[in-house]
Ligand binder design. Structure first.
Ligand code: AMP
Ligand code: MN
Length: 325
C-alpha cells in the first residue's frame, strides 16, 4: 500500500476492538453510506461497532441496511478504543460532544479539513467519502459484501448529485462497477433515494419553487423556506432534501442558493453550482465549507441583506472562474 495514512488506519483498526463511528449533523447519503460500509466491514473482522449521529437519516435513507440501528445522541461516553469520524472537516461538525476524548480517526474528502484526529486521512479529490471507505474496506481485507457495496454506491450516487458534479473521476466509475459486481441494484438504490416522495414533500417543493427568485442576469436561483411556509404546505424541513438541485435543471441557471430559516434571523444556507464555479469558496467566506459544486454555511441577519450579499458573492464566483467549458 503506498498510502501511509490509510496504512496507519488499517493498523489502528486491526489493533483495536471497540469502535465508535460518527459523521456530520443532518447526515446525507455519503455520511450514512460511509459509516455503514465501514461498520459492516469492521464487524466482518470481528470488531464491535456502534454508530452515533446527532440527527436521524432522512426517511428515504431509512430503507438501506443497518440505518435503523444508528443511535441518535448529542453526546457520547463509554469505552471505545477509537472514534472514526467520517465526512467532517472539523471536530464540531458531528454536533456530538465527547468525541475528542477518544483516539480519533479522521476520514474525509472536504477541502480545508483541520486535521483534528490522531490519524488524518484526507483526500479532497475523492468524489465521495465512500470512495475512500471502499479503499479502506479493501485494505482491511474485508469482503465487499452486498451491504457494504450498496452503502458505497449510495455514498457515491448522492455525493455526486447523481453523477452531475465535476468531482467524478474514472475511479468513481471503477468503484461503482465493482459495487455492481458485488450485487448492488442501482435501480433500486436510485428509486429508494430519489423516488420516495410523500405528498407533503411534493407540496412543499411546489410552494418553495413558486416563491423562487432569479437574479437579474438569469443565472442564479434564490430559494427560501421558513417554518411558516413549511407548516402551510404540510411538509417538514427534512422534506426539502434534494430540492436545491431542481433549479439547476434549468439550462441557464448556473448556481442555486437556498436559505432555510433555523430560528429568527438565523439561516442555514445551501448552495449548488455547475462546472467550474467554486461555490465552496463562497461558503468558506461565511464560515462554512463543502465542495466546489455543493457547499453550505449558517448565517444570521435580515434576509433581504443576506440574499443581496450572497448574490454578489456568487456572481463574483461565476464571473471569476476560469474560461467557460
Ligand atoms: P448541503 O447543502 O447541506 O447538502 O451541504 C452541501 C455540502 O456542503 C456537504 O458536503 C456538506 O458537508 C458541506 N457543508 C454544508 N454546510 C457546511 C458547514 N457549515 N461547514 C462545512 N461544510 C458544510
Ligand atoms: Mn461527502
Amino acid at each position: 500500500m503506498n498510502n501511509p495514512e490509510l496504512q496507519r488506519i488499517v493498523d489502528a483498526v486491526r489493533a483495536r476492538q471497540r469502535f465508535l463511528v460518527s459523521s456530520h449533523a443532518r447526515p446525507d447519503g455519503d455520511s450514512i453510506g460511509s459509516q455503514l460500509a465501514f461498520a459492516y466491514a469492521a464487524r466482518a473482522l470481528g470488531k464491535d461497532v456502534r454508530i452515533v449521529n446527532r440527527d436521524p437519516a432522512s426517511p428515504p435513507l431509512m430503507a438501506f441496511p443497518g440505518v435503523s440501528s444508528i443511535e441518535i445522541a448529542d453526546s457520547v461516553s463509554g469505552d471505545f478504543d477509537a472514534a472514526v469520524i467520517m465526512e467532517c472537516g472539523d471536530i464540531n461538525r458531528p454536533g456530538v460532544a465527547g468525541l475528542d476524548r477518544y483516539f480519533v480517526i479522521n476520514i474525509d474528502h472536504h477541502q480545508g479539513n483541520t486535521g483534528y484526529g490522531a490519524i488524518n486521512w484526507f483526500e479532497p479529490t475523492a468524489a465521495a467519502c465512500g470512495e475512500m471507505v471502499f479503499d479502506l474496506v479493501n485494505a482491511l481485507g474485508a469482503p465487499l459484501t452486498r451491504e457494504i457495496a450498496t452503502h458505497i454506491y449510495l455514498a457515491i450516487l448522492t455525493d455526486t448529485g447523481s453523477f452531475h458534479y465535476s468531482s467524478i473521476s474514472p475511479r468513481t466509475f471503477e468503484i461503482c462497477r465493482q459495487t455492481l459486481d458485488a450485487g448492488v441494484d442501482p435501480v433500486a438504490v436510485a428509486r429508494n433515494v430519489y423516488d420516495s416522495n410523500n405528498m407533503g414533500r411534493l407540496k412543499l417543493f411546489g410552494a418553495v419553487l413558486s416563491a423562487m427568485q432569479i437574479d437579474p442576469s438569469g443565472r442564479i436561483a434564490i430559494v427560501y423556506l421558513d417554518h411558516e411556509m413549511a407548516r402551510a404546505a404540510g411538509g417538514t424541513y427534512e422534506d426539502t432534501e434534494g430540492l436545491i438541485n431542481l433549479p439547476l435543471t434549468v439550462k441557464e441557471i448556473q448556481s442555486v442558493v437556498f436559505f432555510k430559516q433555523n430560528e429568527g434571523e438565523e439561516y442555514r444556507v445551501s448552495m449548488r453550482s455547475k462546472g467550474d464555479i467554486d461555490i465552496a469558496a463562497v461558503a468558506r467566506d461565511f464560515g462554512g465549507g463543502g465542495h466546489r459544486n455543493a457547499a453550505g454555511c449558517t448565517v444570521t441577519g435580515p434576509i433581504d441583506a443576506l440574499q443581496k450579499t450572497f448574490l454578489d458573492k456568487i456572481e463574483q464566483a461565476i464571473d471569476g472562474r476560469p474560461a467557460d467549458r
